[in-house]
Design a protein around this ligand. Structure first.
Ligand code: AMP
Length: 168
């Protein structure tokens, strides 16, 4: 199944010059949804303790992936959204700057952690999450993405194994 036919390009969203990769057609199609999750699962490492989904589009598949891998799920959220004690990391992305947070008790030392998001663009977001995991003593065993924008060379920022379903 060619999942790329379920990704819609939205030019100039959320600002001029960005071609936004809209995955809602993929989420909307039961066969594509199931095929996408199965591909992520079959390309994941065998031993994973925790899956991190990055707010917000990393939540769509992150929790399902965690369940399939018999791992726990951890939300990493924008600053100020998580209710308990957090640690924070600043980051920059293709269209702005922000900070991400994780609960300080979400990862145990030595946990094998898989980080999931919808799109790898410049890599700033994923790199910030790797830093959060390492600060808490976890080991990043994979970063996986539905889509990687190769021309932005985000993977050069990430010194962890990377898997992407679709490359542009
Ligand atoms: P970056 O930190 O530059 O790798 O940006 C990755 C984050 O921004 C991810 O959470 C994506 O959801 C979002 N993002 C960046 N560029 C795009 C794009 N062209 N289409 C959709 N989402 C994007």
């Amino acid at each position: 199944m060619d999942l790329s036919t379920f990704v819609r390009d939205i030019p100039d969203f959320p600002k001029k010059g960005i071609i936004f990769k809209d995955i809602t057609p993929l989420l909307n199609n039961p066969e594509a949804l199931s095929n996408c999750l199965a591909s992520l699962v079959s390309n994941s490492p065998s031993k994973v303790d925790k899956v991190i989904g990055i707010e917000a589009r990393g939540f769509f598949f992150g929790t399902a992936l965690a369940e399939k891998l018999q791992a726990g799920f951890i939300p990493v959220r924008k600053k100020g959204k998580l209710p308990y004690d957090t640690i924070e990391e600043q980051y920059s992305l293709e269209y702005g700057e922000d900070a991400l947070e994780i609960h300080q008790d979400a990862i145990k030392k030595g946990d094998k952690v898989l980080i999931h998001d919808d799109v790898l663009a410049t890599g700033g977001t994923a790199k910030a999450v790797i830093n959060l995991v390492e600060k808490l003593g976890g080991e990043v065993v994979q970063c996986n993405f539905l889509i990687e924008l190769d021309f932005l060379k985000g993977r050069n920022k990430l010194n962890s194994p990377i898997f992407s379903l679709l490359n542009y």
